[in-house]
Design a protein around this ligand. Structure first.
Ligand code: SF4
Length: 532
C-alpha cells in the first residue's frame, strides 16, 4: 500500500535542512530575535504581532549550506541505524539544537580538558566558548549561554539540577571556580561570547571552545550542534556501528522480521540495538529505565511547580497543576482520564518552556507527549511493570526512527506534524506495545495517531515554544490514546491505510507545505495573536 518516493531520499534530521524555499529554522530564529529586539528597543511590546512578524521577516538570516562532510548528512541512506541513546536525549529545554546540543558540546570539551597532561593543565587560566551563526543570532532568547556555561564547568546535561539554570538566569553575574589539574580559575557568562552570525561555517549551529593559558591556546575544538541534540566536531568520525540483525527501513519490513521470527516489534528492535551499538541487553535496559525515570521526574516536577508565568514576551500563565487538581475532582470517570493525561502532558511541556530538563522524544517542542504516556502507564496511573514501559519505549523509538528515516522530525521542514504528530504516533505504539498487543495493532495505532496530525502547521507565537506547543502536547498525548483505542478495538486487517503510506504522506505534505507554516512565525497563530 505504501507509495514510497522514487528517489528514496529521506528528508534529513530535525532543525538541519533548509526547506526548498530557502526559509528555515535559522530564519525563524532570526525573526524571533528581531521581534524581541523590536520590543526591547521600543520599550514596549509590538502592538500588532502580524506587523512585527512582517517587519522581522525582512531580516536576513545567516544562510549556511550544510557541509557534505557532516556525518548527519551522510547518514541519510540505507537501513535504520539509529540507536536509543542517540534518539532519546536528556538535557535542558527549550531547544534540542540551541540548549541540549550546546550543553553536550561544552560538557564534552570540559571532559577533553580534564584529560590533558598535568604540566599543561597547571598553566590553564581561562575557558572560552564562541557561538556562531544561528546560535549567536538567537542563543540569548533560548538561554544557550547558560547551557554552555553549565557544561563548560563540568555539569552533565542529563543530570543538571534545573535550579542551577534558574539561578543563573536570575543572577547572571555569578562566577564559578573551575579546577583543572592543579589550576583553579573562575568562569562566568562573560566567557560565552555571541560571535559572528554570518560566515563560512560548516553548519549554522557552530561553536568553538578554547582552554587558554593567558593568550596561549592549550586546547581548541570546533563543534556543531547538528539538530535533535546530536553533536559533531571538526574531524568527527562516527562511532563504529555493527550491522542491524534485522535490517529495515519501513514498518512493513520491521513487521515482516517480527512475524517471520515470531518476535514482538520491541524484541526485533532490541536485537538491532545490541547488534548496532555493541551494548548488552542489560545496558540498553538500564538506559531505557533512565529515560523513563527522567520522563516521570519531568511530569512530577511540572505538576509540582507553583503557578506562575513562563519566561518570554507572551507572559503565559502555567496551568498543568490546576488542570491536574480539577481533573481529579471530575465526577465523570472517563473525562477524568482525559483531563489527567492532558495535565501530565502540560506539565512536561511547561518544564520545557521553563528551560528545565526534557527528553527529546522526538524533540523539545513535543517534550510533553511521551512523558505523559509513560507516567500514565506507570506510577501516575496504570502501574504497569517497568519491563512493559521499557518495551513500549523501544517500540516508540522504532516509530520515531522510521519517521526520521523516511520523512522528517523537523518542524522547520515539515511543520508540527513532524514534531507532535510523530510524538503522538510514538505514544500510540508505546501504549499498544506496553499492553502486549499484536504487531499489526501497534503499527495501526501509530498510523492512526500520525494520520490525524497530517498537515499540522508550526506557528509558535513570538517564536516561543509555548503557544500552541504546550496545549498541543496535551492533544498529542490524548490523540495517541485515541489511536491506540481505535486500533485495539477494530479488526486490524481491515485498516485501509498502513503506517508507511502515512509517513510518505507526511513527507509529501512537508515538501508542499507553505514555508509560512514551518517554524517561521510568518503565518497562523504567530501573526493572528496580538501580544500586548
Ligand atoms: S508548533 Fe509544534 S512544531 Fe512548532 S514549535 Fe510548537 S510544538 Fe514545535
Amino acid at each position: 500500500m505504501s507509495n514510497r518516493r522514487d528517489d528514496d531520499a529521506p528528508i534529513l534530521d530535525p532543525e538541519l535542512m533548509s526547506n526548498d524555499t530557502g526559509i528555515d529554522r535559522r530564519a525563524f530564529m532570526m525573526r524571533s530575535a528581531m521581534i524581541g529586539a523590536v520590543a526591547v528597543l521600543s520599550g514596549s511590546a509590538p502592538a500588532n504581532a502580524k506587523e512585527t512578524a512582517a517587519r522581522a521577516a525582512s531580516a536576513t538570516a545567516p544562510k549556511v549550506p550544510l557541509s557534505p562532510d557532516l556525518q548527519v548528512v551522510k547518514n541519510s541512506k540505507g537501513p535504520v541505524m539509529t540507536v536509543v541513546d542517540e534518539f532519546y536525549k536528556v538535557g535542558p529545554g527549550p531547544s534540542s539544537s540551541h540548549t541540549i546540543g550546546p550543553m553536550r558540546i561544552t560538557y564534552d570539551f570540559y571532559q577533553r580538558c580534564t584529560k590533558l597532561p598535568a604540566d599543561q593543565l597547571a598553566k590553564a587560566s581561562a575557558l572560552r566558548v564562541n557561538l556562531f551563526g544561528s546560535l549567536s543570532a538567537t542563543g540569548k532568547g533560548h538561554g544557550t549561554e547558560r547551557a554552555c556555561l553549565a557544561g563548560i564547568i563540568g555539569k552533565e546535561p542529563a543530570t543538571i539540577d534545573p535550579a542551577f539554570l534558574d539561578e543563573l538566569a536570575a543572577k547572571p553575574d555569578q562566577t564559578f571556580p573551575v579546577k583543572l589539574g592543579s589550576a583553579t580559575f573562575d568562569v562566568s557568562l562573560k566567557d560565552v561570547v555571541f560571535d559572528d552570525t554570518h560566515g563560512d561555517f560548516p553548519h549554522p549551529n557552530t561553536m568553538r571552545c578554547k582552554l587558554l593559558a593567558g593568550d596561549k591556546v592549550l586546547l581548541e575544538q570546533e563543534y556543531y550542534s547538528v539538530g535533535g541534540g546530536f553533536i559533531e566536531w571538526k574531524g568527527y568520525t562516527p562511532p563504529k556501528k555493527g550491522q542491524p540483525k534485522y535490517p529495515y527501513s519501513t514498518m512493513k519490513e520491521l513487521q515482516q522480521h517480527a512475524e517471520k521470527n515470531k518476535l514482538s516489534i520491541a524484541q526485533v528492535l532490541m536485537a538491532n540495538e545490541l547488534a548496532v551499538s555493541g551494548r548488552s541487553e542489560a545496558e540498553v535496559n538500564a538506559f531505557l529505565d533512565k529515560i523513563a525515570g527522567a520522563m516521570v521526574a519531568i511530569v512530577k516536577s511540572g505538576l509540582a511547580a507553583p503557578p506562575g508565568t513562563l519566561p518570554g514576551p507572551i507572559k503565559l500563565k502555567t496551568k498543568a497543576g490546576e488542570v491536574y487538581k480539577r481533573a481529579q475532582d471530575d465526577t465523570f470517570e472517563k473525562q477524568r482520564g482525559v483531563g489527567v493525561v492532558s495535565a501530565y502532558a502540560l506539565a512536561g511541556s511547561e518544564e520545557n518552556a521553563r528551560g528545565h530538563l526534557v527528553v527529546t522524544a522526538p524533540t523539545g517542542g513535543s517534550a510533553g507527549v511521551l512523558p505523559a504516556i509513560v507516567y500514565a502507564l506507570g506510577e501516575g496511573g496504570r502501574k504497569l511493570p517497568q519491563e512493559k514501559i521499557r518495551q513500549g519505549l523501544l517500540t516508540a523509538a522504532g516509530v520515531g526512527y522510521l519517521c526520521k528515516h523516511n520523512a522528517t522530525l523537523s518542524a522547520a521542514e515539515g511543520g508540527c506534524q513532524a514534531e507532535i504528530g510523530v510524538a503522538s504516533a510514538m505514544g500510540a505504539a508505546l501504549i499498544a506495545q506496553a499492553h502486549d498487543f499484536d504487531n499489526q495493532v501497534i503499527a495501526n495505532a501509530a498510523e492512526s495517531a500520525l494520520e490525524h496530525h497530517l498537515g499540522m502547521t508550526c506557528d509558535p507565537v513570538a517564536g516561543f515554544v509555548q503557544i500552541p506547543c504546550i496545549e498541543r502536547c496535551a492533544y498529542g498525548a490524548v490523540k495517541a490514546w485515541t489511536g491506540f483505542m481505535i486500533a485495539s478495538n477494530e479488526i486490524p486487517a481491515n485498516r485501509r491505510v498502513d503506517f508507511d503510506t502515512t509517513v510518505d504522506a507526511m513527507a509529501l505534505t512537508a515538501k508542499e507545505m507553505n514555508s509560512k507554516y514551518k517554524e517561521t512565525s510568518e503565518g497562523g497563530l504567530a501573526v493572528s495573536v496580538t501580544l500586548c
